[in-house]
Design a protein around this ligand. Structure first.
Ligand SMILES: O=C(O)c1ccc(O)c(O)c1
Ligand SMILES: [Mg+2]
Length: 631
């Protein structure tokens, strides 16, 4: 598969861009004119630099306002194009992108444009070059790939083809199926971009909000299926204008782009089995059957405090690791692991982040195949020498450089708890459970800028989808929240993007030095019974404002007795057409980490977003430094 990315998609100067693009694994690069103009070396030097990185220049772009010009502009335009041909010769590239004319002086007419392209093709051919014509969605006369193709068809010149850019086609709502009738050898180049559905001016949308295929809402898969059906076998390139990406890490954006291409082409191949896609085989997206364990890194003192909290929540100290300072806590199918080792990954995580979640174990059908797919998608494998009696469990790096392990039922990994842990012979009276059954969701907090990266990470490796983004109002600013979930709800991960340090999420990130799991939500089948047993264990839930309950009763028309039950137990409530949701929160552990207990009734599939501001305000109150008067 020949892949490329336009230099405009990546931040930094041209040197940094090329280094990032090369290391991510692309074969080519589109040189965007501005990147060349801003560079302090000549075209030959740029060409050499690109080739030194093992890359090719797939295309030079854009040449603007070419077709349909009246004289004297027309002659000047042809002079201008010759200058660009000189640059292309020095760069060492043979394809120029001409985008449709936006000039108010330009004249319409398919035949006029076709005649201009025939002449341009003639000139290009004399110099061993080729031309690709792209319809900008806001082009003055040509703004639809069908018209661009008609111009190219009538130009009827071997050096002139059409360039299709998924953004321009899909943003205008043009049916991508119309691409299937274009002969593949008349498609000069393919540019891909996705974008979130936002109702705004096409040009502004295109220049600021594009993102990687799979990160937005456009049907780039349908677009690419149609392209591949034409027999096209040229370069597949990303052209992403995005304000956020312009300031992000060049390497991370380059890797995201590569991941998006592999994921997209893998999808296309599965949907169009009759079409050859030149991509190494990789296992299909992985179904996750649940979160098998969550591991905390801690020191001994904090391990005791954390353990006390687990015990109050009904967890039982169920095992000690055969060779490490690691304790297993269990309730229902929930496994919490506390690692107080003085070396290794968990210790390193503890030193950087303090007591925090350092590892998440996912239950999959085939752990090895999961690792294989993740690697093909450029995830970073994680390995640590196995200690005595330990299994080698496939793993990768995840959010905040944490680790994600994969466990399955078909290998010895199925018996990991029996193999690696010994029951504790303790005098402790086993804690009676409080009815927690499984991990409902894991909430990870990150900088807002990282959200697309991790959304793509989860949705490309695992068989999951993302829910629409919701805004959560924290008194200190906005937090954006998006869930990644499997169709059966067995895996639910919520990603929270903080935009500043004044929000609870932002403060948590500042205090724990990076992105991390901020809360774990456990499921119960009877939240009122669970609340009672928690109270009996001395568990003090997060105190919710009485104002909330008054509003709740009015909003949902609740029976006052029912509202009283909720109020008495500090349980939050939500409801939609499908069902009901109940939430109960623990106090904060440290600087903003917490637990949640939830009950889903009926088909409720959300996360109680409307309750979040009330919960956050309560958490902020409880985090206030002791000694300050309560307002
Ligand atoms: O926004 C633009 O002008 C522009 C230029 C070149 C392209 O290939 C494109 O898709 C958009
Ligand atoms: Mg384009």
């Amino acid at each position: 598969m020949k892949t490329a990315i336009a230099t405009v998609s990546i931040s930094g100067d041209l040197r940094e861009k090329l280094a990032a693009i090369a290391s991510a694994g692309y074969t080519g690069v589109e040189i965007f004119e501005n990147d060349f103009l801003a560079f302090d070396g000549g075209a030959r030097e740029v060409g050499r630099m690109v080739r030194d990185h093992g890359l090719q220049i797939s295309l030079y772009q854009p040449f603007r306002d070419f077709e349909g010009m009246p004289e004297p502009q027309r002659s000047r335009t042809f002079d201008r194009v010759e200058r660009k041909f000189d640059i292309m010769a020095d760069l060492g590239t043979d394809l120029m992108l001409v985008c449709s004319n936006v000039s108010p002086v330009s004249l319409g007419g398919i035949d006029r444009a076709a005649a201009d392209f025939r002449e341009l093709g003639e000139r290009a051919q004399q110099r061993g070059l080729k031309i690709g014509y792209e319809a900008l969605a806001w082009g003055r006369h040509v703004n639809d790939h069908r018209d661009a193709w008609e111009v190219v068809r009538r130009a009827d010149h071997p050096a002139v083809g059409v360039i299709l850019d998924s953004f321009h086609t899909l943003a205008r709502g043009i049916d991508p199926e119309t691409i299937r009738s274009i002969p593949g050898d008349k498609i000069a180049f393919i540019q891909l971009a996705d974008a979130p559905k936002i109702d705004m001016d096409l040009l502004y949308w295109s220049r600021h909000f594009r993102n990687m295929p799979g990160e937005g809402d456009l049907d780039v898969t349908a677009f690419m299926r149609a392209v591949m059906a034409t027999g096209y076998d040229g370069v597949i390139s990303l052209e992403i204008f995005n304000d956020q990406f312009r300031g992000a890490s060049p390497r991370s954006i380059a890797v995201d782009g590569y991941r998006s291409l592999v994921n997209l082409m893998d999808r296309v191949r599965r949907l169009e089995p009759g079409i050859a896609v030149d991509l190494p085989d990789l296992p299909s997206r992985v179904h996750v059957a649940g979160v098998e364990f969550v591991e905390f890194a801690a020191n001994e003192t904090e391990a005791e405090e954390l353990g006390a909290m687990f015990a109050a929540m009904g967890f039982e100290r169920a095992g000690r690791h055969v060779s490490k300072d690691v304790t297993l806590w269990k309730q229902g199918s929930i496994n919490l692991v506390v690692n107080t080792e003085r070396e290794g990954f968990a210790h390193a995580a503890y030193l950087v982040h303090g007591t925090s979640v350092c590892d998440i174990g996912l239950k999959v059908e085939n752990a090895q195949a999961t690792l294989e797919r993740a690697r093909a998608l450029k995830a970073e494998p994680f390995e640590q020498a196995a200690g005595p009696g330990e299994l080698k469990i496939p793993a990768i790096r995840g959010v905040g450089n944490g680790v994600m392990h994969f466990l399955d039922e078909t290998s010895e990994l199925a018996n990991v708890w029996a193999i690696e842990f010994r029951p504790v012979a303790s005098e402790e009276i086993p804690a009676p459970g409080v009815g927690l059954t499984r991990i409902d969701h894991v909430a990870q907090t990150m900088n807002y800028e990282e959200m697309l990266t991790w959304t793509l990470f989860y949705t490309s490796i695992f068989d999951t989808r993302r829910t629409p983004m919701v805004d959560i109002v924290d008194p200190g600013g906005l937090v954006r929240s998006q869930a990644i979930e499997g169709a059966d709800g067995a895996l639910r991960i919520t990603l929270n993007g903080a935009e500043n340090r004044k929000t609870l999420a932002g403060r948590f990130m500042a205090e724990s030095f990076g992105s991390s799991v901020q809360h774990l939500a456990f499921a119960t089948q009877d939240i009122f019974a669970t609340a009672e047993r928690l109270a009996a264990n001395g568990f003090q839930p997060l105190d919710i404002s009485p104002n909330y309950y008054d509003d709740l009763e009015a909003r949902f028309g609740l029976d006052p007795e029912f509202t009283d039950c909720l109020r008495a137990a500090n349980i939050l409530y939500d409801r939609d057409e499908a069902g009901e949701y109940f939430q109960l929160y623990s106090p904060n552990y440290g600087e903003g980490f917490f637990f949640e207990i939830v009950e889903r009734r009926g088909g409720y599939d959300g996360y109680g977003a409307s309750n979040a501001p009330v919960r956050i305000a309560a958490q902020k109150r409880s985090l206030r430094p002791k000694g300050l008067p309560k307002p």
